[in-house]
Design a binder for this molecule. Sequence first.
Ligand code: FAD
Length: 493
Amino acid sequence: MSKNIFDVVIIGSGYGGMLPAYKLAKSGRKVLLIERGKHLRPQDFKQELTLEYLASLYDISNSRSLRELYRGSRVLGGGSVTNDKIHHRAPSEIFHFEDEDLKSKAWPDGINRQVLDPYYEEVEKLLSIKQISWDKVSMIGGNFARLFSDAGLSCEPCNFNVGDGCVHCGYCESGCSFVNGKLSLETEVFWPAMETGNLTLITEHSAKAIKQLKGGEYRVELVKTSKNSLRAMTSKTVFGKKVICAAGPIGTVPLLLRSTQYLKKLSPALGKYISNNGDINFVLKTPEHYPDHFGYKSDTSCGTISYAFWDKHQVTMHAGMTPIQVAAGVDVRREGGLPWGLDHKHFMKDNVIHRLIPANGMGPVPSDMSMGINFSGFADISNPVSPGQEKHIYLMYNILKNLMDEVGGELLLTGKKYPFDLGGNHILGGARISNHFDTGVCNSRGEVYNYPGLYVSDASSIPGCLSINPAHTIAANALRISDEVMKAEGDIL
Ligand SMILES: Cc1cc2nc3c(=O)[nH]c(=O)nc-3n(C[C@H](O)[C@H](O)[C@H](O)COP(=O)(O)OP(=O)(O)OC[C@H]3O[C@@H](n4cnc5c(N)ncnc54)[C@H](O)[C@@H]3O)c2cc1C
């Protein structure tokens, strides 16, 4: 066997991977971090939204029905490099989320908001996350907040990970070109981890499969990402006493499924208990008396979020992307109207820049999506839109319709079969932590049932809907799991 056995091999460098890499390298462990994407620096990013460019930064999988697209990031630093910067702690109630089929709490015993709070705080320090001031909220975000305010409801500025180099250019999803702009895991966490001298990085290689060896260590087979197939010939083999899977749900779940030839005792819950975090996309038209909001001058996320319906329905809503992106990517239509044709064209021409607010809502839906693998070993996602999801879609429709009626605005629809397009950026679960082997791949410590030393620490380990942007919770949970790795070795109590 190769003598080069790392203490920990970590697969994927987003929230679930980079944070454990940092913590474990700082603790003195020899850590190997494997990332399928490139290591890009701020000067490498382009202010561009062409599909060709975005496809170089993202992993995109569609659902079997072709109705939704699920995006994961494909670059060192994962989602922190390409996402919209919203970092909010999950409200405490969501840790009591119940699985619809099991009628029991999805989060394992003892894991709750209180337990995660110190880890949330650590992430906030590492990425300098703070609530932005109202003068940093774009006009479109301000108009979004005003809709709530006019209805007597609350809406507040978001918590962002930005430095004073942010120029609000609106290209957050293309990677930030500005030094001290978006503060990502690459800019803030990777370099201090490298300075320990304990971290080794391999980029542009994808983990193909994991095998447990007789001594309990793990072998990870890698293929060059450029091969574009995860069944291609292995180009590198690495070894770890421990392995942490953190490739995001559309990376980790297929990786474990490809590994079932070696890991035969994985839980039957692998590839199950998945949700899109109840994510729906909608567009609001402001009332005529509101000021123009110059949408093209906005951040990618417009900077405001409302918890106004949390107490009653456990849903959150935030102003979303710049209008141009949304109008290009989503079939926006007026109720009873078409997303094409002359009327639509004129309506969009008159309203898209100044009066439309693309937005996103999240709320509790059952984790009843599933994932398999296709011929090339990539994710194959099934979301038949269950009655539970349908109920959530129509609840959101009613909330938003009432809100717009109250303030004299208009709710625009984005879906065909349902009122709303379902968001695919916040996928959770598939290799989740759970109290039981039958209902989860990992125990509460993130360790895979039947495979000591093999962990999952990314969004696939999150057991149920969070109903809010998930990155902060994924990050906090990953730090918690890093501590569990150290505790298992008697390092910390
Ligand atoms: C456009 C967009 C905007 C978003 N905005 C927000 C936001 O504002 N706030 C928020 O909370 N959430 C946001 N999200 C979601 C958030 O970014 C993700 O939930 C989060 O990044 C998931 O963390 P993760 O560690 O599970 O996976 P990721 O951050 O996706 O990291 C996984 C990493 O693993 C790598 N990988 C995958 N497969 C392999 C393999 N086989 N071998 C090696 N490496 C592999 C990937 O390239 C990737 O870098 C957004 C998502 C998208 C797509």
